[in-house]
Ligand binder design. Structure first.
Ligand code: TXA
Ligand code: MG
Length: 314
């Protein structure tokens, strides 16, 4: 595949062009508050197939459907009381719900990879919202990176991974949250399928119950294969200092850090910087040592991404 990938401006003209590309069955990367997504019309099977082709993604991996609001979401998924409560509390925002698929949803089966459930979310980023409102139809979008690489938090990351494979990227600058959405399975008991930009504790408080964790070996979130968010470099976690030859990704008061996720020890700032710092460190060769990150709130999602990035490659 070799296309000329256009960079679209974050204005009415850029949105109109992006909308036209989606209608024509093309691929547009766009910013959400979490990471950049690679969007296609979720009703057009050929367009969705192009996502897998562009990312080099295993095709059994289902995609998140992005819509403008809860009312639109109800055309594709069945909402129970818990789902409604979470949607009302946290949408638009960094939360994806996996719900029973409606029979009359009209989505390409490639989006759900043939599953009887669909992952759905209402993003909060103003450009994503404008695009979804203009398009007025469901947009399937995985993170806009080649399969197995770290998620893009800037248009430049998208271009360095996918330029020539996609039609356009809508440039909205760096994303605010920097981590993918939290994914909650609600087809059965509420389950934390992926820790992400919305802390699990907030969801538990809203539902007034603890979230279950997926059974091991269960592939309800098949994208959660151990080595999924891999940078090219080798990572060594929970390091207090760097060994000779290592670059050091610090947190808080780390001494001698090449880059620091948050010198003040703020987990929101660390999440927003995580993928960008990994992308930057990955521009040079050699291993990376990473400081310990507290395992609470957004720290759980950061540690999840780091342990996947450090896992041995298949
Ligand atoms: O923040 C995000 O969620 C970003 C932005 C672009 O919205 N998207 C994103 O998509 O991270 P992706 O494709 O990189 O990750 C989606 C995850 C995958 O692990 C996939 O397997 C899981 O969601 N998923 C999708 N549909 C599912 C379903 N029906 N049941 C269980 N897991 C599902
Ligand atoms: Mg991804």
């Amino acid at each position: 595949m070799s296309l000329t990938t256009q960079t679209l401006s974050p204005d009415t003209d850029g949105i109109a062009r992006a909308e036209r590309i989606l209608s024509d069955g093309g691929l547009v990367a766009f910013p959400t508050e979490t990471v950049y997504g690679l969007g296609a019309d979720a009703r057009q099977g050929k367009a969705v197939a192009r996502i897998f082709e562009a990312k080099g993604r295993p095709s059994f991996n289902p995609l998140i459907v992005h819509v403008a609001d809860l009312q639109s979401a109800r055309a594709y998924a069945k909402f129970n009381d818990d789902a409604l409560r979470l949607a009302i509390s946290f949408w638009p925002g960094p939360l994806t719900l996996v719900l029973p698929l409606r029979r009359d949803a009209g989505l390409s089966p490639l989006v759900t990879a043939g599953n009887p459930t669909v992952a759905i979310r209402v993003p909060a980023h103003p450009l994503a919202r404008s695009l979804l409102n203009a398009f007025a139809a469901p947009v399937a979008a995985p993170s806009a990176n080649p399969s197995g690489r770290i998620s893009p938090t800037q248009a430049q990351h998208v271009l360095s991974g996918l330029s020539g494979n996609i039609d356009a990227v809508l440039d909205g600058g760096p994303t605010e949250v920097g981590l993918e959405s939290t994914i909650i399975g609600l087809a059965g008991a509420p389950t934390l399928l992926r820790a992400g930009g919305l802390p699990a504790e907030e969801i538990e408080r809203c539902l007034d119950r603890a979230l279950e964790l997926p059974q091991s070996g269960d592939i309800t979130a098949p994208g959660q294969l151990a080595s999924h968010y891999a940078p090219v470099a080798k990572l060594r976690l929970n390091a207090t200092t760097a060994k000779p030859g290592e670059r050091f990704l610090g947190f808080g008061a780390s001494v001698g850090a090449t880059l620091n996720l948050s010198p003040g020890g703020d987990l929101h700032e660390a999440a927003a910087n995580l993928f960008h710092h990994l992308h930057q460190l990955d521009e040079e060769e050699g291993p990376i040592a990473v400081a310990p990150i507290p395992d609470k709130g957004l720290g759980r999602a950061i540690n999840d991404r780091l342990s996947r990035a450090a896992a041995p490659r298949p």
